[in-house]
Design a protein around this ligand. Sequence first.
Ligand SMILES: *Cc1c(COP(=O)(O)O)cnc(C)c1O
Length: 227
Amino acid sequence: MLSEKISSIFKKISHAALRVGREPDDIKLIAVTKSQPVDKIKEAIDYGLRIFGENRVQEAKIKIAELKNFNIQWHMIGHLQTNKVKDAVNLFEVIHSVDSEKLAKFIDKEAEKRGKIQRVLIQVKLSEEDTKYGIKEEEVEKLIEVCLNLKNIKVEGLMTIPPYFENPEDVRPYFKKLRQIRDELNRKGYDFIKELSMGMSHDFEVAIEEGATMVRIGTALFGQRID
Ligand SMILES: *Cc1c(COP(=O)(O)O)cnc(C)c1O
């Protein structure tokens, strides 16, 4: 039952936060609905979920149109190609996957046309085994500087997709690392870098213990995807 899964996830989020002295309310649950049908999303809305994550612009566009009458937020969590930026800026509240100067500039340009300030996160690649996307740690500051010169893009934090490990404890060093990068940026005066989008179905509790402010959860809510 979806309602039970949702309440179980919220409980785990709270417990993980409280274990390390954090406020459960400081963690946003992003329900990842890629490859899930609109009816499932409606059910999730009925049970109180309000932030949804998709990784393909094309698929998201159709769903978002069908659900336009609901007061919900959509986040782009997948890799974004420059030819999809126009749609992405139209559709998404936050884009988690900015990983190049070129993409940032495209987003800024489209956002300007729409009179929008696009909220984004920078995707950081912390190891060679990570997904192919994301920038290296050493390049993060430079990309933030580039974004600071763009008027219609607002960088709010960092995102990472660590390699998969059977044991969630093995992922902990990656989450810790992303937080350290953020804290260091904060020390250097980039105090607007607040969000840490990290943690998925099988490791979100560890991510929260390490400071995640956004967890992206799909299968633990909706079951195995048929993709
Ligand atoms: C699919 C996906 C998720 C959700 O993964 P689950 O293991 O199903 O929770 C999170 N983040 C990104 C970027 C994804 O593509």
